[in-house]
Design a protein around this ligand. Structure first.
Ligand SMILES: [Zn+2]
Length: 129
């Protein structure tokens, strides 16, 4: 196993076990909107719809993401540009995620809104720029 393979998928340069794993694998509540956003990116790379749906706010949550069928998309990098705490329970995170579809590179630049309810952060929605 390469050393790199232990690093977290979200690009934090921390080991996966010390970064997103406690949230994605252990159901621990992400302490900040940025931590949740990073863990959700990681969940996309791992096709973990079972993590993505419950961390999506019920008001905007889709029924399904169809990730298992989407084998063409490969996530290749995340850069968090901005994490802005608006009040105790609302935050926005701006990020650029890079991915490839059938070998062709794309980038997703999004400003996402997050809300915290009963101690847990949820993804609400995002504006793609
Ligand atoms: Zn991570």
């Amino acid at each position: 196993m390469k050393l790199n393979s232990n690093l977290c998928y979200c690009g934090s340069t921390k080991p996966y076990t010390a970064c997103c794993a406690p949230y994605v694998e252990g159901n621990a509540p992400a302490p900040t909107a940025e931590a949740l956003m990073r863990s959700r990116y990681t969940a996309y790379t791992l096709l973990r719809e079972d993590y993505l749906l419950p961390t999506w706010h019920t008001s905007t949550r889709p029924v399904s993401l169809g990730l298992a069928a989407d084998v063409a998309t490969k996530w290749i990098g995340l850069e968090v540009k901005r994490h802005e705490q608006q009040d105790a329970d609302h935050a926005i995170v701006e990020f650029v995620a890079r991915y490839k579809v059938n070998g062709r590179a794309h980038r997703l630049h999004e400003v996402s809104r997050f809300v915290r309810e009963e101690g847990r952060w949820f993804y609400v929605d995002g504006e793609i720029s």
